[in-house]
Ligand binder design. Structure first.
Ligand code: CDP
Length: 239
């Protein structure tokens, strides 16, 4: 497969056309950003840790009946995916209160949320990703009510599967963000599922094993990503 012209460059990933119809390449770069791009760095090998963990999760989810855009890895930081028309929603699933839900609502950090709470934000950096509700999503014609039902059901299924997988490694899935897209009328899970898009806590120590280490200068980010990638995939090697 040949990598062709760049379609899009986000804060940490770039997307390229390929010589195959309906197939794109997603490159996980070594850029890391937080606070709406207010904090930025380049951390060597970071992209390959997130690519590897994303690929591992996508393969596991696919095996368990979730439609994802993942096809195969080209190398440690480039993934071949199905081309989707992305839906501009950030679908966040929360099992434990942390982050913005604690800042914006009277939840104490660490409170268990059972059943899990789904929060859907409008993916628009210029508006700082405002929170939506079902009526707004339909009125904005972002998704139909039927699609929204499918998206929420898929998000809860992904959550249940990831909670189970991570628990086996002694990791608590606090929350995560996923994105969906369409190919014709079918909805697929797109984007990434990585340490940049999840909150993971060590079950015993409560240590952060995700981008919060970077956001709040809690320690050596790459050491954390290396350790957690190995724990998640068990066989992951240092790239
Ligand atoms: O990270 P922050 O507290 O600002 O936002 P949040 O709403 O608490 O984020 C919930 C989860 O979604 C965290 O695991 C974030 O890493 C993830 N997220 C993301 O990956 N991208 C965003 N634009 C917003 C949240």
């Amino acid at each position: 497969m040949k990598q062709k012209k760049i379609l899009y460059a986000g804060k940490a990933k770039s997307v390229y056309r390929t010589d195959e119809k309906g197939r794109l390449i997603v490159e996980f770069r070594d850029d890391i950003t937080a606070f709406d791009g207010g904090k930025k760095d380049v951390l060597k090998n970071k992209g390959s840790y997130n690519a590897g963990v994303s690929a591992f999760f996508f393969a596991y989810l696919a095996k368990n009946g979730v439609r994802t855009h993942f096809i195969e890895m080209l190398d440690a930081h480039r993934m071949v995916v199905r081309e989707l028309a992305m839906i501009p929603l950030e679908v966040i699933v929360r099992n434990i209160a942390a982050g913005s839900i604690v800042r914006n609502y009277p939840f104490k950090e660490g409170t268990k949320l059972d059943p899990p709470v789904i929060v859907i934000d409008y993916k628009d950096d210029s508006r700082h990703d405002p929170m939506l509700n079902d009526e707004l999503i339909v009125a904005l014609k972002i998704a139909t009510p039927q699609e929204l039902r499918k998206i929420k059901a898929a998000a809860l299924k992904v959550n249940a599967l990831l909670v189970k997988l991570l628990a086996k490694q002694g990791i608590t899935l606090v929350d995560f963000k996923i994105e969906f897209g369409r190919e014709n009328k079918t909805i697929y899970l797109g984007d990434e599922i990585s340490m940049d898009s999840m909150r993971l806590w060590d079950r015993k120590t409560g240590e952060s094993l995700d981008k919060d280490v970077y956001r709040f200068n809690k320690g050596d980010v790459m050491d954390t990503y290396d350790r957690v990638a190995k724990r998640i995939t068990k066989t992951a090697k240092k790239p």
